[in-house]
Design a protein around this ligand. Structure first.
Ligand code: AP5
Ligand code: ZN
Length: 215
């Protein structure tokens, strides 16, 4: 099964994707993670996108479509698209991509969270630089300060785009370019909306009950 997690920055896409990988053996395809990885490895593309990302703007469609195409071609039992698609052009490209493998997008799950909550989520977020686990100063603090519960390394980082200015741009980009996808998938009949303001476990169980229909 292939699913898309759709939602504004900080809605909880990455948090829920990590749970689904463990529970369902799906492969997470996060274009944000792929782009950050390209920056860390200092590739040409990584250098080209870094200022755009730090400002909170979207990178161009051709870059992310190519990244997704490469990972999709590696195959898997099913995919969780996290942070992709983000524009109508990306959504069209994804429809074509899944069709080439004889599959389809089974469910699009919208995580609904209001702007005020997004701001506090983003400002408290830390991510483990070693294993990718996501934490929050208030809602999910690590058990030992600065140390990841899962891999025990002291490598918790804050993202350069998690500042008020860039977040403002990220929200504008979301409402302008990404939110039209809600209508797109509603028309295709596979949009499901979940209350993303609920606590992490209950968001996860709501997603689980949607996905149970497919297995
Ligand atoms: P990307 O990495 O995709 O960032 P984003 O969409 O802004 O999403 P986030 O990672 O910020 O949030 P999330 O929804 O995953 O939330 P999380 O689970 O971490 O993109 C970054 C940039 O890359 C873009 O700005 C753009 O430049 C570029 N890019 C990427 N993809 C692109 C594309 N397709 N096209 C063009 N450009 C692209 O949770 C947030 C915090 O809240 C955490 O601290 C977490 O612990 C906490 N939290 C989560 N759930 C809950 C809950 N239920 N209750 C309380 N706290 C919670
Ligand atoms: Zn870790």
């Amino acid at each position: 099964i292939n699913i898309i997690l759709l939602g504004a920055p900080g809605a909880g896409k990455g948090t829920q994707a990590r749970r689904l990988i463990e529970e369902r053996g799906l492969v997470q395809l996060s274009t944000g993670d792929m782009l950050r990885e390209a920056r860390r490895s200092d590739t040409d593309m990584g250098r080209r996108v870094s200022d755009v990302m730090d400002r909170g703007e979207l990178v161009t469609d051709d870059i992310v479509i190519e990244l997704i195409g490469e990972k999709f071609a590696q195959g898997g039992k099913g995919f969780i698209f996290d942070g992709f698609p983000r524009t109508l052009a990306q959504a069209d490209a994804l429809q074509q991509l899944v069709a080439t493998s004889g599959t389809q997008i089974d469910a699009v799950i919208e995580l609904c969270v209001d702007d005020q909550a997004l701001v506090s989520r983003i400002s408290g977020r830390m991510t483990c630089g070693t294993c990718g686990e996501v934490y929050h100063d208030q809602t999910k603090p690590p058990k030992l300060q600065d140390t990841c519960d899962l891999c025990n390394t002291a490598d918790l980082r804050r993202r350069p785009d998690d500042n008020p200015n860039s977040l403002n741009t990220r929200l504008l980009e979301y409402y302008k370019k990404t939110s039209p996808l809600l209508g797109y998938y509603h028309a295709l009949g596979n949009l499901h909306s979940v209350d993303g303001l609920a606590e992490m476990d209950s968001v996860a169980s709501n997603i689980r009950s949607i996905l149970d229909a497919f297995q």
